[in-house]
Design a binder for this molecule. Structure first.
Ligand SMILES: [Zn+2]
Length: 351
């Protein structure tokens, strides 16, 4: 009698467990999983975390070294928010302190499987930059590789193509690109040529169904123009991470206007990037619905910033608690951007 009762209890417990497992696997394997992109606030540096619907991850840059603040912020979002146990791929777009600084601390907080970069730094002068470079080499030992133009970063379900690396740009048009309107490209104003780290940024185009996301790191002005004139090599995109935090070494209007983003995200700090003239160029771009900013730019007039509801952080760096922005993209191309400071969320549809 007793044995039978135990057996029947055991049977019902097992049945419940089976149901729970089925529900969990339906949630994981179903079509409801989203592509998520997080812009961690690293005060004018870069740290963009991409989590594929299958749960694989690509982190693009690791912010500043600064007392491990940025590594901790990235770790918090990666583990507590996105539920990751490791980073599958880290792209370090280039070896400036605001992009590579967090790598040492972050690699002690969470495993990083692969390290992708443009090749050895070209700015290895003694000083703080050389320290960052040494820390990167140490953290990435035996796990580094250099993608070539056109290479794919193999996150399941996503099509991620390398379009810029080490100063070279993808040679042909992709994503429906082609010859640009001659009036857009006639006699563009150029800036000083850039053979340094910024101009060597690793850049990629991510396509998920009808949705496109473009991140070219800190690619600078003349190369931006090369990317779209006379041929727009990248076509149109839904979501643009504004090049170079809104510093005016980048932000050529020919580029911003040609990629025709519906939504732009500027990863500026309170006093780094967020230049007024650059904000104007992005806001005026044809087809743009909204500009979102990681910070209120205190170096630009208030009215040149985007509307306050689209700004993740309003304070000076010392008082900043580091709210992040998040994009969630559904398989049908609908997506939302959310400001985690005020929970303002806006829905968009990809073309
Ligand atoms: Zn930068």
């Amino acid at each position: 009698m007793m044995a039978r009762l135990v057996r029947s209890r055991l049977a019902s417990v097992l049945a419940l467990l089976a149901i729970a497992a089925a529900v969990l696997s339906a949630q994981r394997g179903g079509t409801t999983r989203m592509l998520d992109i997080y812009w961690v606030d690293v005060e004018g540096g870069a740290a963009t975390l991409i989590v594929s619907p299958s749960g694989e991850s690509l982190l693009v840059d690791t912010g500043w070294r600064k007392d491990d603040r940025d590594a901790r912020r990235i770790h918090e979002v990666a583990t507590r928010v996105a539920g990751l146990r490791k980073i599958d791929y880290l792209i370090t777009t280039h070896f400036h302190a605001d992009h590579v600084g967090g790598v040492g601390a972050l690699s002690t907080l969470i495993p990083i499987d692969r390290f992708l970069d443009h090749g050895d730094t070209v700015e290895n002068r003694p000083g703080p930059a050389a320290d960052e470079w040494a820390i990167y080499q140490d953290a990435s030992k035996g796990k580094r590789s250099q993608p070539k133009l056109g290479d794919k970063i193999p996150l399941e379900g996503l099509d991620i193509t390398v379009v810029a690396v080490n100063g070279d740009l993808i040679p042909g048009a992709i994503n429906g690109g082609g010859p640009n309107a001659p009036e857009l490209c006639s006699d563009p104003a150029l800036k000083k040529p850039d053979n340094g780290e910024n101009g060597r940024s690793v850049g990629f185009l991510l396509v998920y169904g009808t949705f496109e996301f473009l991140d070219l790191g800190d690619l600078t002005w003349n190369k931006e123009i090369d990317m779209v004139c006379p041929v727009n090599r990248l076509g149109k995109v839904d979501l643009l991470q504004v090049n170079h935090h809104g510093m005016d070494l980048s932000g050529a209007p020919q580029f911003v206007n040609s990629v025709g983003a519906r939504v732009a995200i500027m990863n500026n700090g309170p006093r780094k990037g967020g230049i007024g003239s650059y904000l104007d160029i992005v806001k005026r771009a044809p087809g743009l619905e909204d500009l979102w900013q990681l910070h209120l730019s205190l170096v630009a007039e208030r009215e040149r910033n985007t509307a306050e509801q689209f700004i993740a952080n309003l304070d000076e760096e010392a008082a900043c608690t580091g709210h992040y922005l998040k994009a969630s993209i559904a398989p049908d191309g609908r997506y939302t951007i959310t400001n985690t400071r005020n929970n303002v969320s806006r829905a968009y549809a990809s073309r």
